[in-house]
Design a protein around this ligand. Structure first.
Ligand code: AMP
Length: 382
C-alpha cells in the first residue's frame, strides 16, 4: 500500500512542538487582551474578488500565489493568503464600525500561499495579526507597533530589529512612482525579469528585490522620503518620536515598501537574522473604502508564527505540561480501581496519566519515570 504523504509546503505540528504554539498564542492573547483588543475568527476561504480588490492584482500574493478554485456552484473561491482583507470584509458586513468607532481586532490562524517551499516558507503557514480599524491617530501607529514588540519580547525574542518607513499618501506615491520609473527606465535591460515586469505594474515593489544587480542599480535611485509632502513627513516624525518616548528602538529603512498595495504612511517590519522578516504591517487608510465600507483609517500587522517559533526553538525547550501523577497497576482488581482513582484525582485539578499496558511493574515504572510525573501511584494485587 502506498503511504499518503502530506501536501508539499504543509507541515504537521506534532505534540513535541505544540507547546511552543500554545505558549505563543497564550502570551499574545494576554497581551492583546490587556490592550482592549478583541479576537475575531473569519472564514478560511473567501470570494476571490475580495483579495483581488483588497490586496491588488499587481502584487505577487494575488498575481502568482493564491490558492483559488471554483466550487460546485461555479463561484471562484480563494484560501485566504493573509488576514486583513477578511477582517475588513467582516468589519464592513457586520457593521462593526457602528459599535463604537475604533475596533482593535486580532486573529490567529492558517494562511495559504502558493510559494516555493523552503526554510521559513510554506504553502500553509500561520499568522497572528492585529487590525486597529477606525483611527487615524498617530498614537495608534505607535500603539500597534508597541503591542507587537511586547509580544515578541514576552515570548523571549529580544533581538528583533524594528524597521520603519513612511509610504506617505497616495498622492506622495504617485509622484514618487514617476520619479522611480524615470530613474529605472534607462536600466530596464539590466533589471531582473520580475523587476522589469514590475516597472509598469508595480514599480515600488522593485525596491524589495533581492537580486544583487537590481539592488546595485537601486543604490542611486530616488528615495520615497524625498517625495513625501510636508504633512506626511511631520506625521512620520511624530510616530518616530512616540516610539522613542516608549523606549522602542527602530531603524529607518527608506526602501521598505511591503508587498501589498493598500499601505499608506507608516510601514514597518520586524527583522530577524535567521529568517529576515518575522512580521510586518502598516497603515492602510484606503482599504475599508476600497472594499465598499465607510471611510475608515486603519493600521495593522501580522507576524508569521512558523518563523517566530523557529527562532524560539533556538532559545528554549518546548514549554511542556508534565503530568503530576502516573498510575501504575497490575492485576484485575487493581486495574479496575486505577481508572476510578485517576478520574477522582483529575477532578481535583491534577494531571494524571494512567498506564494501560498491564505489563510487568518494572516496565510500567520505566514509563512513569519518563512521564516526568512527580508522584507515582502503585496499585497491585496485594
Ligand atoms: P506578509 O503578510 O507577507 O507581510 O507576511 C507577514 C509574515 O508572515 C512574514 O514576515 C512571515 O513571517 C510570514 N509569512 C509570509 N509568507 C509566509 C510563508 N509562505 N511561509 C511562512 N511564513 C510566511
Amino acid at each position: 500500500m502506498v503511504v499518503i504523504q502530506a501536501i508539499r509546503g504543509t507541515r504537521d505540528i506534532l505534540p513535541g512542538e505544540v507547546g511552543y504554539w500554545q505558549f505563543v498564542e497564550q502570551t499574545a492573547r494576554e497581551i492583546l487582551g490587556r490592550a482592549a483588543c478583541l479576537e475575531i475568527r473569519t472564514p478560511i476561504f473567501e470570494p476571490t474578488e475580495l483579495f483581488e480588490r483588497g490586496i491588488g492584482e499587481a502584487t505577487d500574493v494575488v498575481g502568482k500565489e493564491m490558492y483559488s478554485f471554483m466550487d460546485k456552484g461555479d463561484r471562484s473561491l480563494t484560501l485566504r493568503p493573509e488576514g486583513t482583507a477578511g477582517v475588513v470584509r467582516s468589519y464592513i458586513g457586520n457593521k462593526l464600525h457602528g459599535v463604537g468607532g475604533l475596533q482593535r481586532l486580532w486573529y490567529v490562524g492558517p494562511m495559504f500561499r502558493y510559494e516555493r517551499p523552503q526554510a521559513g516558507r510554506q504553502r500553509q503557514f500561520h499568522q497572528l495579526g492585529l487590525e486597529m480599524l477606525g483611527t487615524a491617530a498617530v498614537r495608534a501607529d505607535a500603539e500597534a507597533i508597541a503591542l507587537a514588540m511586547d509580544i515578541l519580547a514576552a515570548v523571549g525574542l529580544v533581538d528583533i530589529r524594528l524597521e520603519v518607513n513612511s509610504l506617505g499618501t497616495k498622492e506622495d506615491r504617485v509622484s514618487y512612482r514617476a520619479a522611480l520609473v524615470d530613474y529605472l527606465t534607462p536600466y530596464k535591460e539590466e533589471l531582473d525579469p520580475d523587476s522589469q515586469d514590475r516597472l509598469t505594474r508595480n514599480p515600488l515593489r522593485i525596491l524589495d528585490s533581492k537580486v544583487e544587480r537590481t539592488q546595485e542599480i537601486l543604490q542611486a535611485a530616488p528615495l520615497l522620503g524625498t517625495s513625501l509632502s510636508v504633512e506626511s513627513q511631520q506625521r512620520f516624525d511624530r510616530v518616530l518620536s512616540l516610539l522613542t518616548d516608549l523606549g522602542i528602538q527602530y531603524e529607518i529603512n527608506p526602501k521598505l515598501v511591503r508587498g501589498l498595495d493598500y499601505y499608506s504612511h507608516t510601514a514597518f517590519e520586524f527583522q530577524s537574522v535567521r529568517f529576515g522578516a518575522v512580521g510586518g504591517g502598516g497603515r492602510y487608510d484606503g482599504l475599508v473604502q476600497e472594499l465598499g465600507g465607510p471611510e475608515t483609517p486603519a493600521i495593522g500587522w501580522a507576524i508569521g508564527l512558523e518563523r517566530l517559533i523557529g527562532l524560539l526553538q533556538e532559545l528554549r525547550s518546548a514549554p511542556g505540561s508534565a503530568m503530576d501523577v502516573y498510575i501504575v497497576s497490575r492485576g484485575e482488581k487493581a486495574e479496575a480501581q486505577a481508572l476510578g482513582i485517576a478520574q477522582k484525582l483529575r477532578s481535583t485539578g491534577l494531571k494524571v496519566e494512567m498506564d494501560l499496558s498491564g505489563s510487568a511493574f518494572n516496565k510500567q515504572f520505566g514509563r512513569a519515570d519518563r512521564s516526568g510525573a512527580r508522584v507515582c501511584v502503585i496499585l497491585g494485587g496485594e
